[in-house]
Design a binder for this molecule. Structure first.
Ligand code: FAD
Length: 520
């Protein structure tokens, strides 16, 4: 017999099958020797009280053995001679669009400007060590897209976006731990993601799909408001009337191209701010209300939202036990973001702390029309580059000094490898952003006592939170509102924010595109 329960237990009980059996037997009046196994279906941490509890949804096997049923991938058919769909970009949106095409019997041709996961690493080293930014291969561009060298958080704020469970199961099928199906806030980690991405690529190739690396699309060929093909960096062309455009939020050249070609795009509000680093121990102390974290608890994340004069300021993409990374995609700019290994075992934690932006904030850049937000974003990244010393060093300030409006006389070492330049954040950001950060951090300290500490350091800017542009599409067909056969997809088009939602949108675009096609 199998029974499902929800139960709240101390962390050390949740971590041990035998202790859990004792607790479940006692609470539910089941003789302990009849419990053969307890399967954990969902796990979340309740850290609101000093005595931290783990919420578990469990399946109890009573007088019945448990057999593990590994997650299986769909039966992907061979599509080598099937009708083709061109997909631009091998981020989560592009890769999951490709997999869905194959599942439905169509052949994806994926065009990716960056390199495969292995070769991409060299370019990441070059940014960190030599301050060299390769415009096609960096933390945002390359196989797996912006999510490959990340914390790999796998949750989406909006459950309405689609079938999250399906994407998680596919990730498990391609090699992610099955614990991502259990955790309320799952993550994969930067050391595991490249292997999963490589397994997806191998499946695409094995089934007859194509992936072309170091292949940048520089033009869209359009005739009579219908896509006819794409032009590549070497001026060769691919004829096609089905293109999924999944180029991400950092492909500024694609936004420029669409604007020049008078293909409709819109400015979109986004958020921008800094990345703040604390010691993980301090965050654990604040969140778990303890001196030393229990060995049964993971390094703690945090999530915080406040308002300053009616403007939102919030934590974004928090990485417990993680590292701040240089995420510029062009020379002459600096950008930060964060990653963590699967164990989240680095001594520092970091989080984007970003200020909500509105369309009216982009007014000084209105001459750029729908690209005004993008130019606003770019101007701050370039300003930070100048102030940082025109390398990949970033302007940095102790958190307390930011609030007290003092330049830091010295800075501690942080996880950000290219280095720091002491600077006043007032010189990096427009006044309204600086003010919101200053008062926002004071508010944070009211909810998270100890957060506002001299040891914490802000790094500027965190500016690629979501796309500054939306590429409008028909809500039903998902085609661009003017161009037949063009499917704006994923984060860059403004329809996703994060790995999971981008993957979901990739699948949706593939389905919508295929609906209009005939099998060969
Ligand atoms: P992208 O991942 O941006 O992929 C777009 C792809 O298109 C890129 O590979 C790019 O090289 C390619 N491309 C661009 N232009 C062209 C062109 N002209 N021709 C050919 N190819 C082109 N999200 C989470 O959910 N959890 C996290 O923990 C997380 N951490 C992050 C950490 C870092 C360091 C970064 C940078 C991002 C992180 N994100 C995280 C965000 C997440 O990675 C993105 O939301 C997601 O990757 C968006 O997917 P996408 O496929 O829409 O676009």
């Amino acid at each position: 017999m199998q029974y499902e329960f929800t139960i709240q237990v101390p962390p050390e009980v949740a971590a041990h099958q035998e202790k859990l059996k004792i607790g479940v037997a006692k609470k539910n009046g089941i003789p302990i020797d009849e419990i053969r196994h307890i399967q954990i279906l969902k796990r979340s941490i309740d850290a609101r009280q000093r005595a931290i509890k783990i919420n578990l949804k469990i399946k109890v096997f009573v007088q019945e053995d448990f057999t593990d049923q590994p997650i299986k991938l769909p039966d992907y058919p061979n599509v080598s001679s099937a009708s083709e769909v061109v997909i631009i970009g091998a981020g989560p949106a592009g890769l999951f669009a490709a997999l869905r095409c194959i599942e439905l019997g169509y052949k994806p041709i994926v065009l990716e400007r960056g390199k495969d996961v292995r070769n991409r690493r060299r370019d990441l080293k070059a940014i960190n060590r030599d301050h060299i930014v390769n415009e096609d291969s960096n933390y945002c561009f390359g196989e797996g897209g912006a999510g490959t060298y990340s914390d790999g958080k796998l949750y989406t704020r909006s459950k309405k976006r689609g079938d999250v469970q399906r994407i998680l199961e596919l990730l498990v099928g391609f090699g992610a731990t099955d614990q991502i199906l259990v955790e309320a806030h799952p993550h994969i980690g930067t050391n595991k993601l490249p292997g999963i991405i490589a397994a997806i690529r191998e499946k695409i190739i094995e089934t007859g799909g194509e992936i072309h690396f170091e292949t940048r699309v520089i033009d869209l060929i359009i005739k009579n408001s219908e896509i006819n093909g794409v032009t590549l960096h070497n001026k060769s062309t691919i004829a096609t009337n089905k293109v999924i455009l999944a180029t991400g939020h950092s492909a500024r050249d694609i936004f420029e191209l669409l604007y020049q070609k008078k293909i409709e795009i819109e400015a979109k509000p986004f958020a921008l701010g800094v990345r703040v680093e604390h010691s993980q121990q301090l965050i654990d102390q604040i969140q778990y209300k303890c001196d030393i974290r229990s060995p049964y608890l993971p390094p703690s994340p945090y999530s915080i939202v406040k308002q300053v004069d009616g403007r939102g300021i919030y934590s974004f993409c928090m990485c417990p036990g993680g590292v701040i990374a240089p995420c510029a995609t062009s020379p002459g700019e600096v950008v930060t973001n964060g990653w963590s290994p699967s164990k989240r075992d680095q001594p520092t934690s970091n989080s984007g702390i970003v200020v909500e932006l509105r369309l009216e904030d982009f007014k000084p850049f209105e001459k750029y029309g729908p690209l005004s937000g993008m130019h606003f974003q770019k101007s701050i990244e370039q300003q930070a580059w100048h102030i940082g010393g025109e390398t990949q060093k970033v302007p940095a300030q102790r958190l307390v000094d930011l609030v007290d409006e003092k330049v830091s006389t010295n800075l501690p070492l942080t996880s950000y490898k290219p280095g720091l330049t002491s600077a006043d954040m007032k010189s990096v950001f427009p006044e309204f952003i600086h003010k919101t950060l200053k008062y926002g951090f004071k508010e944070f300290n009211k909810s998270m006592k100890g957060y506002l500490t001299n040891e914490a350091v802000v790094h500027a800017p965190e500016s690629r939170t979501s796309s500054p542009v939306r590429i409008p599409r028909d809500w039903k067909t998902l085609e661009h509102i003017q161009i037949k056969g063009l499917y704006p997809c994923g984060e860059g088009a403004g329809y996703a924010g994060g790995i999971i939602s981008a993957a979901i949108d990739g699948e949706k675009c593939a389905e919508a595109c295929i609906k209009t096609m005939k099998t060969k």
